[in-house]
Design a protein around this ligand. Structure first.
Ligand code: IPD
Length: 283
């Protein structure tokens, strides 16, 4: 196992940031096209466009050129293969969501982000979320951001993602979760980009976000950014967060998390893990 210095990590970060900036320009120029080439993945509401692929290629090829020995987990590459992550090891591993909020992108809704995370020895060390339309990148190092002071569920703005036409069981659970939550919080919002949700909690624009069924490329950068901005990152059960588990709860404070766990009955389906084994337990 190789150790990397702070200097190495800063170099990785700067290369990735430059590529994310280039990728943002591709997204901005493509969103207005009303004739996007759209394909369905696992369901009629799970979509990919040629821009998702182009952006993933740009990021992966750019990073590979600089760091040929690193590994990559890209949403579109994994989706085009078996759908399962097969290479989560101790090596530096870039986890990439080229357009998070593809459904928004398809509708020319600008709430979309590019997400790049890096793990080394299974631990998240870099997280970059860029929202090219809002100019509110949530990269921790270039702009200090802080979670809100919210400690009470009744005063919390909660972000909940709604996934349409996902089968009767999922719809029933989503409705039950909505009912359980809406009666206890200050307000509920649904943005349509998981990364933007993390960025909102990290920057103190919303207070709590919980999601099950999400993939590792949706969570990698965001989980680190929430943690670095003083927030709490856990499994929805209150146990430690596991990047490959497909479940996450982030909040502005421990007090808020405590109230959430005791008062909200958050139902989740059993999802196949992104990587079968828990080889990097979070502490
Ligand atoms: C999706 C978005 C969406 C969330 C889904 C994700 P994608 O990512 O983050 O907000 O509800 O679970 O799959 O497919 O647009 O990259």
């Amino acid at each position: 196992m190789t150790d990397y210095s702070d200097e190495d990590i800063t170099h990785f970060y700067n290369v990735a940031l430059d590529l994310v900036d280039k990728a943002g320009k591709v997204v901005v120029s493509a969103i207005e096209n009303r004739d996007k080439k759209i394909a369905e993945k696992a369901s009629p509401t799970d979509l990919v466009t040629e821009t998702d692929k182009a952006v993933e290629d740009l990021l992966v090829s750019g990073l590979k050129k600089q760091f040929p020995n690193h590994d990559f987990i890209g949403e579109e590459d994994v989706s085009a293969q078996s759908g399962c992550v097969s290479n989560f090891s101790s090596k530096p591993t870039w986890i990439i969501d080229p357009i998070d909020g593809t459904m928004n992108f398809v509708h020319t809704n600008p709430l979309v982000t590019i997400s790049v995370g890096l793990t080394i020895n299974g631990k998240l060390v870099i997280g970059i979320i860029s929202a090219p339309f809002k100019g509110r990148g949530a990269t921790c190092n270039s702009k200090p951001i802080k979670v809100s002071n919210c400690t009470q569920l009744s005063l919390a703005q909660c972000i909940l993602e709604v996934w349409s036409r996902d089968g009767a069981e999922s719809e029933a659970k989503q409705q039950a979760n909505f009912s359980s939550i809406v009666s206890k919080v200050h307000s509920v919002r649904s943005l349509g980009s998981a990364c933007l949700n993390f960025a909102f909690v990290a920057a103190g624009n919303s207070d709590v976000y919980c999601h099950a069924g999400i993939r590792c490329w949706d969570m990698a950068a965001g989980a680190l950014i929430v943690q670095e901005s003083g927030g709490v990152v856990l499994d929805p059960s209150g146990k430690d967060f596991d990047l490959m588990s497909r479940r996450i709860l982030v909040a502005s404070s421990q007090d808020l998390v405590k109230e959430w766990i005791t008062q909200v009955d958050f139902k989740t389906s059993e999802f196949k893990r992104d990587y079968p084994d828990v080889i990097f337990p979070c502490s």
